[in-house]
Ligand binder design. Structure first.
Ligand code: AHR
Length: 699
């Protein structure tokens, strides 16, 4: 190479390194606002089979036969050999319940049952089978709790008919009573994993039977299984409230899946926003979350329509939500129905809204009233005398969709009534614009803002709260947000967008008091075996089937941010922070609302960072969204740290990398010891990475 060429190359290199001037982060440990102790929580609702076929551990689909009035969805008839049998939905004959059965009686809530008619057995097995929610999980040495109502006899009145209607035209030999078999078996019936029996007496009265069945130690885990109740005799049998539970978290009888509860516990969430989301509202006014019929015995829970195309069993009822909070040491954040439903119906403020306000006050009393109150006493009777703790109540959900603009009046009426009875509670508005020229005229104490955006949008918006006016803005609750890239669960690019966005919330957590990602759960089963695709919403946090579960890259970002959080924000001044140009795919973006659609800016930051501290540690989080490694000089003012610290890194080779049910741990955080730390040190942050450095303070 000639001297001239060498000189030119050197010039180019120096020009290049001039462009890439050393990035510096200066951390000032002497200043900083407080971190909100409730910054990171969870948002939940019945979507994507989050509860039925998800967290709620019940394994029987359509256990009270109300999912579809036209056919016994989830159920099939078993007819071994040359046996002949049929199944049919039928009125559950609540009038036929003797009063002396007390707590075990099926009451008027369960108005449908399943009738099994066996006209020919010849010693062969006939019965009813349930395939669960995309299978039933069978694991070795596991004890399952089964229960069901059954009756037999000649009483036969088609759905809707009176019990005294004429008997059926086709007579059946009534030799029904005797041994009834219960089994957990392969879907082809060839392998029995666990079995039990009951002795059925002849009775036209409902009787509840309960038993446990246990699998052997040597079976292979599978979800290719069904639950069968069968006999080898002819007869007519009626079934209702058929239930099967595996072991549950903390052994709660009506409890939750252990793996999913543990995954949430690992995120260290501080609150739970429930019961929705759209699930709070329901399609029509009568479909709002019916908290009163989600209480008490399962026999009293008819379920309800739901908002995501399937019926909710309401096994996950109001008390179960509260106990879920108790189990994970979270504060409940209750949203109350505020008179607006998804299809646009609303109740105007004024006298017509009063019953809805009374209902919300009753619901709050159930949560926090002492046992001398009506609803506090009901909670005690349901097994939980101690009141729960509420701080914030959300009034409705996403009421900016209400084109009648009735929310201003509705919010004010709810807030006035709640404050009159519970002055300590703050009321959260679901509309962010409180200014006089916008839709609400009072400044709420807190507003719930929702963001569903692409990664580049989240990155562009990450500094959004830096400029909010603290004197005029209400406190912010980011009650739903997610970077929507990847399906059914998010990919690494989404996790980078999430992490960038979270640096902004954390830095501004004097203003952003609470935040929660949504949706939390997704059952990842595609359509099959007579069941539809399990999910309605792409880009979710935690995925599962009947047998397995996994965290998306976004889940691990949540876990990292929740686990490494101080009590004070450490202000950072950055020098030479690099910018990056939009990627080719950063076009109109994936937007939940058209209002969010926009074109990317010419440049946005490549790195995002936030730092917090507590008495012992400093927690520095750095997100490198770029395709190149970045070396950063880091200096600390006002404190010294030990040379060794902890480094946690989540990274991948390309933004589309992801975790799946079959490859659940492709993108997971790796924890190691980092050395060479001090008042001033350097670190190189890998491409496409989310990093936490925990530095230990020297005394
Ligand atoms: O999180 C999914 C849905 O998005 C919620 O139910 C609703 O509040 C929002 O529109």
């Amino acid at each position: 190479m000639t001297k001239k060429l060498l000189f030119l190359s050197a010039l180019c290199l120096s020009a290049f390194s001039g462009l890439q001037a050393q990035t510096r982060l200066n951390l000032d440990l002497t200043k900083g606002v407080n971190v909100s102790p409730k910054l990171y929580g969870l948002m939940t609702e019945e979507i994507n089979h989050s509860y039925d076929g998800g967290l709620y551990a019940e394994l029987i689909r359509n256990r009270v036969f109300k999912d579809n009035p036209n056919q016994p969805e989830g159920w099939s008839v078993v007819q071994d050999g040359d046996s002949k049998a049929s199944i049919q939905l039928i009125g559950a004959d609540p009038a036929n319940v003797p009063f002396d059965q007390g707590r075990n009686a099926i009451n008027a809530a369960l108005t449908t049952c399943l009738k099994l008619t066996v006209s020919q057995a010849n010693g062969n097995r006939t019965g009813i089978a349930n395939n669960g929610f995309w299978g039933i999980p069978v694991t070795p040495s596991t004890t399952y709790r089964c229960s069901f109502y059954i009756k037999t006899g000649t009483v036969n009145f088609p759905r809707g008919n009176r019990p005294d209607a004429a008997p059926p035209a086709t007579a059946v030999t009534e030799d029904g009573p005797g041994i009834i078999n219960i089994s957990l078996e392969s879907t082809d019936g060839k392998t029995i994993y666990a079995r039990g029996t009951i002795n059925l007496e002849k009775s036209t009265y409902w009787k509840k039977h309960e038993l446990t069945i246990t699998t052997a130690a040597n079976i292979k885990p599978t979800a290719d299984a069904r639950f069968v109740i069968s006999s080898t005799r002819t007869g007519t049998y009626y079934f209702n409230l058929v239930s099967l539970f595996p072991p549950t978290y903390k052994n709660r009888p009506n409890g939750n899946r252990i793996d999913l509860m543990q995954m949430m516990a690992d995120m260290k969430p501080t609150f739970l926003r429930f019961p929705g989301g759209n699930f709070l509202e329901g399609p029509y006014l009568g479909d709002a979350f019916p908290w009163k019929t989600t209480l008490g015995l399962l026999e009293q829970r008819p379920g309800h329509t739901g908002s995501w195309g399937y019926r909710a069993s309401d096994g996950m009822g109001l008390l179960e939500f509260l106990e879920w909070c108790e189990d994970l040491k979270m504060e409940p954040l209750l949203a109350v129905f505020a008179g607006y439903s998804l299809r646009g119906d609303h109740i105007d403020a004024g006298p017509l809204l009063e019953p809805y306000i009374k209902d919300a006050l009753d619901e709050i009393e159930y949560c926090i009233g002492d046992t001398k109150t009506y609803w506090g006493a009901k909670r005690a009777a349901d097994g939980h005398p101690a009141p729960f703790k509420l701080t914030d109540i959300e009034i409705g959900n996403e009421d900016w969709f209400d084109r009648s603009h009735s929310y201003d009046g509705r919010f004010k009426q709810f807030q006035a009534a709640i404050k009159a009875k519970y002055p300590q509670l703050r009321c959260i508005s679901t509309i962010e614009s409180y200014k006089p020229d916008k839709v609400t005229s009072v400044k709420p104490e807190m507003v719930d803002e929702h963001y569903y955006q692409s990664a580049w949008q989240m990155e562009e918006d990450a500094a959004k709260y830096d400029s909010y006016d603290r004197a005029t803005s209400p406190k912010i609750f980011v009650g739903e947000w997610a970077t929507r890239e990847g399906a059914p669960t998010t990919n690494l690019n989404a996790a980078l967008g999430d992490a960038a966005w979270m640096t902004g919330m954390e830095r501004n957590s004097d203003l952003v008091e609470r935040s929660c990602y949504a949706p939390l759960f997704v059952n990842v089963n595609q359509a099959g075996n007579g069941q539809p695709k399990a999910w309605q919403w792409d880009s979710d946090l935690i995925g599962y089937t009947a047998l397995k579960s996994y965290g998306s890259p976004s889940y691990y970002v949540q876990k990292m941010f929740g686990s490494y959080l101080g009590t004070k924000v450490v202000p950072i001044t950055a020098e030479n922070a690099p910018l990056r140009k939009p990627a080719v795919k950063d076009t109109a973006g994936i937007s939940h609302w058209p209002a969010n659609a926009r074109r990317p800016k010419a440049e946005r930051p490549a790195l995002f960072f936030v730092c917090t501290q507590d008495a012992k540690n400093v927690y520095l989080k750095v997100v490198n969204t770029d395709d190149m490694a970045r070396e950063i000089d880091i200096s600390l003012k006002g404190g010294d740290v030990a040379a060794n610290g902890t480094l946690v890194v989540l990274k991948g080779d390309k933004p589309e990398d992801t975790n799946t049910i079959d490859e659940p741990t492709k993108i997971v955080p790796v924890t190691s010891t980092i050395t060479g730390l001090g008042r001033s040190f350097k670190h190189t942050f890998q491409p496409y990475s989310v990093n936490v450095i925990r530095l230990s303070k020297r005394k």
